[in-house]
Write a protein that binds this ligand. Structure first.
Ligand SMILES: NC(=O)c1ccc[n+]([C@@H]2O[C@H](COP(=O)([O-])OP(=O)(O)OC[C@H]3O[C@@H](n4cnc5c(N)ncnc54)[C@H](OP(=O)(O)O)[C@@H]3O)[C@@H](O)[C@H]2O)c1
Length: 305
């Protein structure tokens, strides 16, 4: 198949591109910055074609979808900068992709959502992802939607952040009580589902949770990281009001003064305060996943030199 992938330069996108290539698919990748290292790596290693554009700019989409058999739509953000708000990128960006696929006659559409997405979610991240799902469901396309819990792997933004902190900091921050539950899932399994779904007709019209074997509290996730890196650190519980104040300041300073996404925002605090667990069984069965423990999963890259 010839597959059009958005968000291919990101953490999850790079693993999906690699697995698509290994499965014999040819690739056209949608990128805002074709010159970036991660995009050029895909050209070099996988012979990918690049189509430059932005999901917020509808004029950049149609030409990219010529002679395409399927779209894998991964674009997403965890922090807002300028016009790249959750509503714009998740909801309108997805609507733009859906309309472009409809107009180009591309029927198969595999969509990246997130666990916790629901109509009355408190976080804007989850609400904007829900609205995006609604466009996909109403599109008439042959869609499949995936909702992963937190995703981990060599280039992840979460486990690596805390693993890096353990190198130089005597303490690790825990927001609030740190008792909300997560079900981290390996990026290789997430990618396997996206790739297999392309040739799995029973996945059409379905929504799947993607979640790992272990249900862990936030604090247990930190304990696992400490265990695997063989380090002992204090865990500092930050009261929620303090964390919120810090996030508010970062949200102001980073985008407004530095033009960058803040390392922490209030929406993330809301999500970190909620359980993020699901039912992985339907996806595990259909896509033949063999779940491993979180400890085994993170050890495969945190213990590399
Ligand atoms: N990581 C997780 O734990 C997790 C969990 C659940 C769901 N998800 C979802 O999975 C998807 C991928 O996440 P990730 O961790 O791989 O994120 P990531 O590393 O930040 O990658 C995001 C990708 O989206 C692209 N992008 C952002 N805004 C864009 C725009 N306006 N137009 C075109 N491309 C744009 C980025 O391109 P540039 O290179 O140009 O910035 C990048 O390729 C997201 O939808 C996310 O919500 C992730």
């Amino acid at each position: 198949m010839k597959v059009f992938v958005t968000g291919a330069s990101g953490f999850v996108g790079q693993e999906i591109v690699q697995q698509l290539h290994a499965a014999g698919h040819s690739l056209r990748l949608f990128a805002r910055h074709p010159e970036s290292k991660s995009v050029q790596r895909n050209v070099f290693h996988f012979g990918a074609e690049i189509h430059q554009g932005d999901v917020l700019d509808t004029s950049t989409l149609p030409a990219g979808l010529k002679n395409i058999d399927a779209v894998i739509h991964l674009v997403g953000i965890i922090s807002e900068v300028g016009r790249n708000t959750f509503e714009q990128v998740h909801t309108h960006g997805t609507q733009n992709m859906v309309v472009a696929a409809q107009q180009a006659g591309v029927k198969r559409f595999i969509h990246m959502s997130a666990l916790g997405t629901r109509p009355n979610a408190i976080s804007r991240y989850h609400r904007s992802k829900w609205a995006a799902e609604e466009f996909v469901r109403a599109s008439g396309l042959d869609y499949t939607i995936f909702r992963p819990s937190i995703i981990y792997g060599l280039q992840d933004h979460f486990v690596n952040l805390f693993a890096r902190m353990t190198r130089f900091s005597p303490v690790l921050p825990v927001i609030g009580r740190g008792q909300s539950k997560l079900q981290p899932v390996p990026v290789a399994d997430v990618a396997k589902c996206f790739v297999k779904a392309l040739t799995e007709p029973t996945s059409i019209g379905q929504t799947y949770d993607l979640a790992g074997r272990d249900v862990l509290t936030f604090e247990q996730v930190l304990d696992e990281i400490l265990q695997v890196t063989n380090r002992k650190r204090w865990k500092l519980h930050l009261p929620l009001p303090v964390a919120r104040l810090q996030a508010t300041l970062l949200e102001f300073i980073f985008p407004k003064l530095l033009g960058k996404a803040p390392p922490l925002n209030r929406d993330q605090l809301i999500m970190l305060g909620e359980d993020n667990v699901g039912n992985p069984e339907p996806a595990n069965k259909l896509f033949d996943l063999k779940p491993i423990s979180f400890r085994e999963g993170i050890a495969s890259y945190l213990t590399r030199n």
